[in-house]
Design a protein around this ligand. Structure first.
Ligand code: NAI
Length: 691
C-alpha cells in the first residue's frame, strides 16, 4: 500500500500523503492505504496527523473507472469513521485541487488548512448528481447558507475564500507541508468539533430565506435535475439530524445516478475525450510548429479569433485592407478586454500581456511572410476567398498551413486556388470566437494528416474544443440546425407565434430559442442566403421586409428595449396572421410536443445523413458539437443521444409522419435511421464511423 499513501513523520507529527498521480483520485488502494496509515499513526502515538496530497494537489475525488462497478472495501465511509474516531486530530492540508470526494475527505477531518490558491469545491452537480460522501451534510454544518451556492453551482472557491467562509481553519503561505506540520503541532492540543457535530451554522436558521435563495439559484438550471437534488440535500442538513441527512443524500444520489441526465452528462464527458481520436490523424502525427499566427480580416470573427490566440499566449497579427479597418478591428479587441478588466475578471498585468500578443498590419505580403499559420476570416464570398488564398499561397512560406474560417463555402474550391491543397483546411470558429469553445476543423479531400494535426494543436493551445468534420455546406452544426428552418417557417404559418417556438426550446433547455438567436445574429443574413439560393420563406421574408432585421435595429421577431430586453411584438403577430391568411393556411393550436418534435427531428435526421456521408466520424462527435457550439445543455446529451432515448423506431415513424404531414422532403427518414430502426439499433451502439 505504501505506493499509494506515503507515510512520513516529523517528530510526533505523522504525515500521510496520497500518492496516486496525476490527480490523487481515491481509488481502492488509496482508501486502504489511508486506513492503514491512520492505524499506524495512532499506534505510534502520533500527536497529530497531517493528511495531504503528493504532487500537484490534494485529491480530485472518486476514481471514475470504479464508477458503476461493485464497491471494493474499504469504502470512503470507513476511512471517514477512522478519521473521526482518531484521538490524534487529522489535519487536511490542501494545495492544488480538493474536489468532490477529495473535499469530502477533508471535511471529515478534525481540521483543515489550505494554500491561498487551492481550488476547493463539490462539482458533482455538473455530472448530474450530488456529492455522495457526506459533502452535502458536512459543508453546510461548517459554513451555513453559503454551502447552498457552492453545492448547487458546483463552482470551486480558492483557498483564501475557503478561509473566509470557514471551510478551512487557516490559510497558510509558503511550503504547505512545513506550514501544516507547524500548524498541527501548535493546535494539536485544542479540542476540535467534527463537522458532523457542529450545529451553530445550521440550527435555528431562517428556512424561508433558505427556500428563497434556493429558488433563485434553481431558476438558472432550466430543467436540470441535479441542482434541485443538491438543494434538497443541503436543506436536509439544516432540518434533519446528521445520519438522516446522509440518508437523504444517499437516496438522492442513487436516484440521480440512475437517471437519464447523469447518463447524458457522462456521455458528453466521455465524448469530449473520444472526439480527440481522429481516424485521419494517425497517432504520433507531428503538428507543424506554430509560433506566430496571422489572421486575415479583423471583423467580427477575425477579431475574436485573434483574441483567443492572444489570450492563450500565441502571438497574432491581424491583417486588414486599410488602416481604418485595422484600427477598428484592434479597438474592438481592446474594448472587449477592457470590459473584462473593468469587471474585475482580469488584472491590468494580464490585460497588458494579452494586448502585447496582438499586432496589426496592412502589409499583407510582409505579415503573411512571417506567419507559421494563417487563418482567413474575410467576407463570405467564393470569389473573394479564392483571390485571398491565391495571394496567401504566394506570400506564405512553403509548407505552412492556410486555414479558412468560412461557415458555408467549399474548402476544396478554396484550396484549389493554391499550389498546396494538402496544407489547406477549414477552421470554423463560432461567434463570439473568443468565447465559444467549439472549433470545427474541416477536412478537405486533399487535407493532409499533418495539416489536421497542426489545426488541432493550435485549436487546443487557444482553448478550443476541436471536432474534425468533413467538407459540406454548413459543416455539422449549421448544416443540421439549418434543416430546422423550414419547420420553423411552417410552424409559424400553421399556428405558432415566435414565443411558442422559443418557449418550447428554452423549456427543453436551450439558453435561447432559435428565433431569439436569429434576432441576435441578424435576420438579414438568412434573408441574403435565401435570395442567393432562390428560396422563399414567406413569414421570415415579410419580417425582414418590414425592416425587422434583429437586435441591431431594436426589432426582429421580437421588440427590444434599450437594454436589449426581449418583448412580444404586435407587428410580428400581425405579419404572421396576415401571411397565413394570404397563404390560405388555416391556423390551429399546435401543442408543445408537436413543436418540439418538429424542431428536433430535422436535426437528428440531418445528423444521420452527416454520419452516412462520413462528415462526422461518430454520433458522439455531433453531440459534442451541439453541446459546445449550438447552445444545447450538456444534460440533454446532444441530438443523437436524445434520439436514442426516444428509440430509433419512434424516430423513424415520426419523421415519416411529419415528412408527409408537412410536405418537407428533409424529413424523409435518412437511410441510416431506417437501417438502425429495422435492426433495432441505436446511434450509441454504432461502432466507429461508416467511412
Ligand atoms: P466581417 O464582415 O465582420 O469581417 C470581414 C473583414 O474582412 C472585414 O473587416 C474586411 O475589411 C476584411 N477583409 C475583406 N477582404 C480582406 C482582404 N483581402 N484582406 C484583409 N482583410 C479583408 O465578417 P465576419 O462576420 O467576421 O465573417 C468572416 C468570415 O467568418 C466569413 O467567412 C464568415 O462566413 C465566417 N463566419 C462568420 C460567423 C459569424 O457569426 N459572423 C461565424 C462563423 C464563421
Amino acid at each position: 500500500m505504501a505506493d499509494f499513501v506515503e507515510h512520513a513523520t516529523d517528530g510526533d507529527i505523522h504525515i500521510l500523503r496520497i500518492a496516486n498521480a496525476p490527480v490523487n483520485t481515491l481509488r481502492t488502494e488509496v482508501r486502504a492505504g489511508l486506513l492503514a496509515g491512520l492505524q499506524a499513526a495512532q499506534k505510534a502515538g502520533a500527536k497529530a496527523v497531517v493528511l495531504m496530497g503528493a504532487g500537484r494537489g490534494f485529491s480530485a475525488g472518486a476514481e471514475m473507472t470504479e464508477f458503476g462497478k461493485p464497491r471494493q472495501a474499504p469504502g470512503l465511509n470507513e476511512v471517514f469513521d477512522a478519521i473521526e474516531q482518531s484521538k490524534a486530530p487529522v489535519v487536511a492540508a490542501i494545495h492544488g485541487h480538493a474536489l468532490g470526494g477529495g473535499l469530502e475527505l477533508a471535511l471529515a477531518c478534525q481540521a483543515r488548512v489550505a494554500a491561498p490558491n487551492a481550488q476547493i469545491g463539490l462539482p458533482e452537480v455538473k455530472r448530474g448528481f450530488v456529492p455522495g460522501a457526506g459533502g452535502t451534510q458536512r459543508l453546510p454544518r461548517l459554513i451555513g447558507m453559503e454551502a447552498l451556492t457552492m453545492i448547487v453551482s458546483g463552482d470551486p472557491v480558492s483557498g483564501t475564500r475557503a478561509g473566509a467562509l470557514g471551510i478551512v481553519d487557516a490559510v497558510l503561505e509558503g511550503d504547505l507541508e512545513k506550514a501544516a506540520i507547524a500548524w498541527a503541532r501548535a493546535n494539536a492540543g485544542k479540542s476540535f468539533t467534527l463537522a458532523r457535530n457542529r450545529t451553530d451554522k445550521t440550527q435555528g436558521q431562517d428556512m424561508a430565506a433558505f427556500d428563497e435563495a434556493a429558488k433563485k439559484l434553481l431558476a438558472r438550471s432550466r430543467g436540470q435535475e441535479s441542482p434541485k437534488g443538491c438543494a434538497d440535500c443541503v436543506r436536509a442538513a439544516f432540518t434533519l439530524p446528521f445520519e438522516e441527512g446522509l440518508q437523504v443524500e444517499r437516496d438522492t444520489l442513487a436516484r440521480l445516478v440512475a437517471g437519464e441526465q447523469s447518463k447524458a452528462l457522462r456521455h458528453i464527458l466521455f465524448g469530449e475525450r473520444e472526439v480527440a481520436r481522429i481516424p485521419d490523424v494517425p497517432e504520433g502525427t507531428a503538428p507543424l510548429p506554430v509560433k506566430k499566427l496571422v489572421v486575415i480580416g479583423g471583423g467580427t470573427m477575425g477579431g475574436g479569433i485573434a483574441m483567443s490566440a492572444a489570450n492563450f499566449g500565441l502571438p497574432v497579427t491581424i491583417v486588414e485592407t486599410s488602416q481604418d479597418a485595422l484600427d477598428r478591428g484592434i479597438k474592438r479587441c481592446e474594448d472587449n478586454w477592457k470590459r473584462t478588466l473593468s469587471s474585475g475578471r482580469m488584472t491590468q498585468a494580464e490585460y497588458e500581456k494579452r494586448r502585447a500578443n496582438l499586432t496589426g498590419s496592412v502589409d499583407f505580403e510582409k505579415a503573411v511572410g512571417e506567419a507559421d499559420l494563417v487563418i482567413e476570416a474575410v467576407f463570405e464570398e467564393m470569389g473573394v476567398k479564392k483571390e485571398v488564398f491565391a495571394r496567401l499561397d504566394k506570400a506564405a512560406r512553403p509548407g505552412i498551413v492556410l486555414a479558412s474560417n468560412t461557415s458555408t463555402l467549399d474548402i476544396d474550391q478554396i484550396a484549389s486556388a493554391t499550389s498546396r491543397p494538402e496544407l489547406v483546411c477549414g477552421m470554423h470558429f463560432f461567434s463570439p470566437a473568443n468565447v465559444m469553445r467549439l472549433l470545427e476543423i474541416v477536412k478537405g479531400s486533399k487535407t493532409s494528416a499533418a495539416t489536421l494535426a497542426t489545426a488541432l494543436d493550435v485549436g487546443k493551445r487557444i482553448g478550443k474544443l476541436n471536432v474534425v468534420v468533413g467538407n459540406c455546406d454548413g459543416f455539422v452544426a449549421n448544416r443540421m440546425n439549418g434543416k430546422r428552418g423550414l419547420q420553423i417557417e411552417k410552424l409559424l404559418q400553421e399556428g405558432c407565434l415566435p414565443q411558442d417556438i422559443d418557449r418550447v426550446m428554452e423549456t427543453f433547455g436551450l439558453a435561447m430559442g432559435p428565433l431569439a438567436i436569429g434576432d441576435l445574429a441578424g435576420l438579414d443574413i438568412g434573408a441574403a442566403v435565401r435570395k442567393a439560393r432562390g428560396t422563399v420563406a414567406p413569414i421570415a421574408d415579410a419580417v425582414v421586409a418590414a425592416g425587422r432585421i434583429g437586435q441591431k435595429v431594436g426589432k426582429g421577431y421580437y421588440d427590444y428595449d434599450e437594454n436589449r430586453k426581449r418583448m412580444l411584438s404586435k407587428e410580428v403577430e400581425a405579419i404572421i396572421l396576415d401571411t397565413s391568411e394570404k397563404m390560405q393556411v388555416r391556423r390551429r393550436k399546435i401543442d408543445d410536443q408537436e413543436i418540439l418534435e418538429r424542431l428536433l427531428l430535422p436535426i437528428v435526421n440531418e445528423g444521420a445523413r452527416c454520419l452516412e456521408e462520413g462528415i462526422s466520424y461518430r454520433p458522439v462527435d455531433i453531440d459534442v458539437i451541439f453541446i459546445s457550439g449550438a447552445g444545447w445543455p450538456a444534460w440533454r446529451g446532444g441530438p443523437m443521444f436524445w434520439a436514442d432515448t426516444q428509440g430509433m423506431k419512434a424516430i423513424r415513424d415520426k419523421l415519416a409522419h411529419y415528412a408527409e404531414a408537412t410536405n418537407d422532403p428533409n424529413l424523409k427518414p435518412a437511410a441510416l435511421i431506417e437501417d438502425l430502426a429495422a435492426k433495432g439499433g441505436s446511434f450509441a451502439a454504432m461502432k466507429g464511423s461508416k467511412v
